[in-house]
Write a protein that binds this ligand. Structure first.
Ligand code: F6P
Length: 341
């Protein structure tokens, strides 16, 4: 068996764990693996590298992806779809394992269903918003990064009697903000799934101050909405049509400062959240997903995405897994709210 692996979309810690596991599992079954560079761009351009178990053994603790990533969308034109198919045949590949989020896996699903290309998907998103899998690797490392940052921000907030508004990633889903918010004992958690009630928030922060708590931490997702609107970076979009978000933290901080009279500052954690060495949990999850993605390929079980369900890694139809966002389950905000009164 000759397999190819690629990583598409935003990077996250744990991608190299998946790559390493794919290479090792295919090798153990007598096959070889190549890596396509920079996501679907590498598949279009035929830009590949050979991957072997010895070299990829070293990459487990490394953040990011040794293959590089991009948000290239082959379906932007029929020519580029044809180029992907040509690359596949030219390299005499038997399988293509795509590690990515909804966009990358959406392409893998279409290539399988429309062109019978033998693809397997492996779920990846820092936002943890892919349906059909309980958790995505990288999310745990991200939470620890946010927690470390906010623990540090807390001491300066306390010294200066300020409110710190911390903007987190999470385009459509509040998983990072809610989980990190619980982990750092935030005073407020604003997520895309709920309209921000700024009047309630400012009243609560003022009351807390009157009760003796003279500083505060407000966590906000980049995709949270003010009066039904997300805050964007001036209409910039990627090849899949997603608008670049950002700036809500600043707006929220201004509103709080104005309404409460409490000095308020804003910090956007941005891409820091996607960086760094993967946590033990993410290394193990990435490794398990990589092993199972390779095993599905070896078994010829294509058009599937490997997924974590409880403690098991299962294979679900790719078409079922893509195209539907998994927003934050309401029970998590309900639990968080016990501390947000
Ligand atoms: O989809 C993952 C994500 O990190 C989002 O949380 C964020 O909005 C976006 O990617 C940022 O993308 P880029 O790396 O292209 O700026």
């Amino acid at each position: 068996m000759k397999a190819a692996v690629l990583t598409g979309g935003g990077d996250c810690p744990g991608l190299n764990a998946v790559i390493r596991a794919v290479v090792r599992t295919i090798h153990n079954a007598g096959g070889t693996t190549v890596g396509m560079l920079e996501g679907w761009r590498g598949a279009i351009e035929g830009n590949i590298i050979e991957l072997n178990p010895q070299e990829t053994d070293e990459i487990l603790p490394k953040g990011g992806t040794i293959l590089g990533s991009s948000r290239t969308n082959p379906y932007k034109s029929t020519d580029t779809v044809a180029q992907v198919i040509e690359t596949f045949h030219k390299l005499e590949l038997d399988a293509l394992i795509a590690i990515g989020g909804d966009d990358t896996l959406g392409v893998a699903s279409k290539l399988y269903h429309d062109h019978q290309l033998p693809t397997i998907g492996c779920p990846k998103t820092i936002d943890n918003d892919l349906s059909s899998t309980d958790f995505t690797f990288g999310f745990d490392t991200c939470l620890n990064t946010v927690m470390d940052a906010v623990d540090k921000l807390r001491t300066t907030a306390e010294s200066h009697r300020r409110i710190m508004v911390v903007e987190c990633m999470g385009r459509h889903a509040g998983w990072i903000t809610c989980f990190a918010g619980i982990a750092v004992a935030a005073d407020a958690i604003l997520v895309p799934e709920e309209e921000c009630d700024m009047d309630e928030l400012c009243t609560r922060l003022s009351r807390r101050k009157a009760d003796g708590k003279n500083y505060g931490i407000v966590m906000v997702s980049e995709g949270a909405k003010l009066k039904g609107q997300t805050v964007t970076q001036g209409g910039k979009t990627d090849e899949f049509g997603h608008e670049q978000l950002g700036g809500i933290g600043k707006r929220v901080a201004e509103m709080i400062g104005k309404a409460t009279g409490i000095e308020t500052r804003e910090v956007t954690l941005g891409h820091l959240q996607r960086g760094g060495s993967p946590s033990a949990y993410d290394r193990v999850l990435g490794t398990r997903l990589g092993i199972h993605a390779a095993r599905e390929a070896i078994a010829g079980n294509f058009g599937k995405m490997v997924a974590l369900r409880g403690l098991q890694i299962v294979a679900v139809p790719l078409a079922e897994a893509v195209g539907q966002m998994r927003t934050l389950y309401p029970e998590f905000m309900d639990e968080a709210r016990e501390f947000l009164k």
